[in-house]
Design a protein around this ligand. Structure first.
Ligand code: HEM
Ligand SMILES: N[C@@H](CC(=O)c1ccccc1NC=O)C(=O)O
Length: 280
């Protein structure tokens, strides 16, 4: 016998409307905090998207740092599946990060000038989370802590990231424990110094890439190559957006601007993963 719905049951189940305090969504997402953090410095209507894009990118940097820390920790414990899963997630996040350039990629100098002077000496160069990403990639530099001397929490987090082994250091430690000939000088290197390419490490990747594609080290090499390419794409998209928006003017951060960014964008992340390919 079919159940006859009472009149008030005629609709399919509808969402709950009745909450005592804030909604569980709000309690989890804190959307009202997130959507009240936008304080443009000019009256120009185009500044909002510049500010929010920057904030969105900061959030992606935060997620990506989390993934790379997960991967580094897993490699330290010789847990390759966990490391590969985190690296894979980070590549999807990097794709999303890079797609966030879209709204800023076509700024004319006139449009950017409408709010540029309001930015004062502010510059993405002062992004601590971007610096943590670079440190995890092995691009360490103690001088990058200097701008953050006045912010103890941020400074402390960056200092920790400077002194800890990078993701790439953990990769090389893992490969050494798997029996690859990573030199002692690389394994005991000073983790606060920028990673410099090493001929013996290049030979390790050459050996790995000369073997089958489906070995654990080969899959790790390809996951890292994907990360490296996507980071390079972020740098290149940033460079081109900057060239369109401000030509060869000096940067608000005090650099030469495009010429300085160009130099930074030519450096390869995980250098030996690229140079080893010439010898396979
Ligand atoms: C059209 C928009 C943008 C322009 C014209 C621009 C311009 C610049 C310039 C000229 C620099 C060199 C440092 C200096 O200021 O002297 C720089 C650095 C930087 N910018 Fe931007 N930027 C833009 C958007 C963004 C966005 C949305 C982000 C996201 C957070 C960002 C993050 C960075 C970072 C992390 C650096 C430091 C790069 C490094 O250390 O290698 N920028 N930007
Ligand atoms: N460096 C840019 C300004 C800029 O793009 C910016 C300013 C404040 C916060 C983030 C920014 N993004 C990248 O540098 C400029 O020289 O105009």
């Amino acid at each position: 016998m079919s159940h006859q719905p009472a009149p008030h049951e005629a609709e399919p189940d509808t969402p709950n409307l009745d909450f005592q305090g804030t909604t569980p969504y709000e309690d989890y997402v804190q959307a009202s905090v997130l959507t009240h953090l936008q304080h443009p410095l000019s009256d120009d209507p185009g500044e909002m998207v510049f500010l929010v894009t920057t904030q969105v990118m900061e959030l992606w940097f935060t997620v990506i740092v989390h993934e790379w820390q997960t991967a580094a920790q897993a490699l330290r414990e010789d847990d390759l599946p966990t490391a590969l899963a985190a690296l894979k997630r980070s590549t999807y996040e990097l794709e999303s990060l890079n797609a966030s350039w879209k709204p800023l990629a076509h700024l004319t100098p006139g449009q950017f000038n409408s709010y540029r002077s309001a930015l004062g000496e502010g510059s993405g160069f002062q992004s601590a989370m971007y610096r943590r990403m670079e440190f995890l990639l092995g691009e360490k530099s103690a001088s990058m802590l200097v701008p953050h001397r006045g912010a103890p929490r941020v400074h402390g987090e960056l200092e920790k990231a400077l002194t800890e082994p990078s993701l790439y250091d953990e990769v090389l430690g893992y490969l050494a424990r798997q029996g690859y000939a990573v030199p002692e000088s690389v394994l005991d290197r000073d983790p606060t110094r920028r990673y410099e390419p090493d001929a013996a490490v290049e030979r390790v990747w050459q050996e790995i890439y000369s073997g089958p594609d489906d070995t654990a080290p080969a899959r790790l090499g390809e996951a890292l190559t994907e990360v490296a390419e996507l980071v390079w794409r972020w740098r290149n998209d940033h460079l081109v957006a900057t060239r369109r928006a401000m030509g060869a003017k000096a940067g608000t951060g005090g650099s030469a601007g495009v010429a300085w960014l160009e130099k930074r964008a030519t450096k390869n992340v995980f250098p030996e993963l690229w140079t080893a390919r010439s010898h396979v």
